[in-house]
Design a protein around this ligand. Structure first.
Ligand code: WT7
Length: 574
């Protein structure tokens, strides 16, 4: 492939790399990571400048920033080309609207190079960018644009119908990325304007604490909430992309996440680009063959994905893997939901690579607890707090608990990428904190070595006959059963036991959903885990409800079970 010529630049003297890890992590302070940014000397802040222009104006000018591939396109953009395209996008946005610093601009489209130009161009213009999943339907789009009083949105002709412009009085412009878009006083043909636009743009300079991205995420109740990140998050994203993603100059990095999800911005755009790395973006839907083919074709070295994806690949069978050359992979990572030890085992078997689990949240804006660097991995554990982060298990009043006690996973507030507000909802923001601790809503324990073990969302923990059972533990065990491909476990109210464990499972092809199989599964968990952890009830499903980030939505299972309303489903896959 002509566009795929690799541009290898060796690590230069003075560049940070993992070999320096010990040195930099010792007594590390986040301020230590500020020096590299242009704003450290100029005082002029803009995350898009640091991610794109800083490299375009350096020896990385002709290094590929982005490979893009889908069924119809296969392209490559160097840092210099990214600078021009994002400048053009910024010009298009500026010339065709009244968008200015701090205004909300949404991006609602499937992955394509234009999405990345527009997102970074919007940042250059100083707007706060809200990326939305292409799967959102009208109601979800409305909620987000309405709540944040968005001034403009960028979308495609296919998705245009889902933007209820007439119900959004603050929405001034709709930029449409398509062929021969018919322009009106509201609609702008993005591609046409891009062609005409200048590739020079005067970046709008901001303050470190000004907004950058706005990610809407849903809790267990209420409307989705707008989590706002700031420019200063770049400090953490740069540094963790080194320590955790282990990005080096010559890497080909592939983050499989869509920018509609925080992983797709923090580590799909900012982490790699702040480091001047080369990323692959694969458009289109998940297909096992396409994924393996992409790793082979691009020689992917660092791969960041999610347990659901790994499980789907696992389900497709190992024979397929032998048809591809995946030998370039050197560092594999996972995020979004518990990484079952079974999957880690599979990764070792088929890729001969350890899958590094990472834990963080939309609200944290960056990596918090991870298997970073070359630390020993304990399968089933999320790893340790990354340098500069203080994590602990606290009780409901914020008292730190000793090792091996289950409690609230909490983080000492004040890390660089921490959300700075919930849009329009100060009260909600405040409710996350107990004193100096940000309380995550996850329950976990920390062992004597400082490794954190995820137990479930606080509200998911099951109490059955006085025993505390983490649904994740049971789900992991269920997944080890040869018939099971997906499992979700909830506590079902029971007059005698408080709750009983109920499992919803999807079967691998070729297995019949019989009563014998149920009994076999029950015995399997009983033997493998504990009698009290064995599900009393098992229900077969074709597919389980999941978020786009791959988490089994236990609250939906629970709602089905108890015949309750399912609540906000906008983050649900499909
Ligand atoms: C919730 C946050 C930041 C991208 C992830 C999705 C769960 C996340 C892990 C992990 C177990 C995990 C937690 C967390 N989660 N990573 N490695 N092991 N659970 O972000 O949609 O904001 O969800 O995802 O429950 O609170 P999100």
């Amino acid at each position: 492939m002509a566009t795929m010529e690799k541009n290898i630049i060796p690590v230069r003297e003075g560049d940070f790399n993992l070999a320096d890890y010990e040195k930099t992590a010792k007594d590390f302070k986040w301020e230590d990571a500020e020096r590299e940014f242009d704003w450290y000397t100029t005082g002029k802040v803009n995350i898009a400048h640091e991610a794109v222009d800083r490299h375009a104006d350096s020896y990385r000018k002709n290094k590929v920033a982005l490979y893009y591939r889908d069924a119809n396109r296969s392209e490559a953009y160097t840092y210099d080309q990214m600078k021009r395209m994002t400048n053009k996008a910024a010009n298009v946005l500026k010339a065709n609207s009244t968008l200015e610093k701090g205004d909300r601009l949404f991006i609602f489209m499937p992955r394509s190079p234009e999405l990345y130009f527009a997102l970074l161009g919007g940042l250059k213009l100083g707007t706060i960018v809200g990326p939305l999943f292409e799967a959102f339907m009208e109601g979800a789009v409305y909620d987000r644009l309405d709540d944040s009083e968005a001034k403009a949105i960028i979308t495609t002709p296919e998705l245009l119908d889902r933007v209820p412009a007439d119900r959004l009085p603050k929405l001034e412009k709709i930029f449409v990325v398509g062929e021969n878009v018919e322009e009106t006083d509201k609609i702008v043909d993005f591609n046409k304007r891009m062609k005409e636009a200048s590739h020079h743009f005067e970046t709008v300079w901001l303050d470190k604490e000004d907004g950058s991205v706005l990610h809407y995420t849903s809790g267990s109740t209420g409307r989705p909430k707008g989590v706002m990140h700031v420019q200063y998050a770049m400090v953490q994203q740069l540094q963790t992309a080194r320590w955790v993603l282990d990005l080096k100059e010559e890497d080909i990095y592939w983050c499989t996440a869509d920018p509609g999800w925080v992983t797709g911005t923090a580590y799909g755009i900012f982490g790699p680009m702040l480091n001047g790395a080369t990323s692959l973006i694969l458009g289109g839907r998940f297909r096992t063959e396409d994924w393996y083919q992409a790793i082979e074709d691009y020689g992917v070295t660092v791969w960041y994905s999610a347990p659901t994806a790994f499980r789907m690949l696992m389900g497709a069978g190992n024979a397929l893997i032998n048809e591809y050359d995946l030998s370039t992979l050197r560092h594999v990572l996972s995020v979004g939901e518990p990484l079952n030890p079974e999957v880690v085992k599979w990764g070792l078997e088929v890729f001969d690579r350890r899958i590094h689990d990472t834990w963080w949240m939309t609200e944290t804006g960056g990596h918090m607890i991870c298997n970073y660097g070359s630390m020993p991995i304990k399968p089933g554990s999320m790893g340790k707090a990354v340098p500069g982060i203080e994590a602990a298990i606290v009780d409901d009043r914020g008292n730190v608990l000793p090792p091996n006690s289950m409690g609230n996973l909490a983080l000492r507030k004040g890390w660089p990428a921490m959300m700075r507000k919930i849009w329009n909802n100060l009260e909600k923001y405040d409710s996350y904190f107990i004193g100096d601790w940000y309380v995550s809503g996850d329950s976990a324990y920390m062992d004597e070595d400082g490794y954190f073990w995820f137990q479930g969302r606080v509200d998911d923990v099951i109490m059955t006959s006085g025993e505390r059972v983490g649904p994740f533990e049971v789900e992991s065990k269920l997944l080890e059963h040869p018939a099971i491909v997906e499992a979700g476990v909830i506590g079902k109210p029971d007059p005698v036991r408080g709750e009983i464990i109920k499992a919803f499972v999807a079967l691998h092809e070729g297995y019949e959903p019989t009563d014998e199989l149920k009994e076999d599964i029950r015995q399997f968990v009983k033997k493998g885990l504990a009698a009290h952890a064995a599900p009393r009830e098992i229900e077969f499903k074709d597919k389980l409800p999941k978020t786009r980030s791959g988490k089994i939505m236990r609250r939906v299972l629970k709602a089905w079970e108890l015949d309750l309303p399912t609540g906000d489903l906008s983050t649900m896959e499909d």
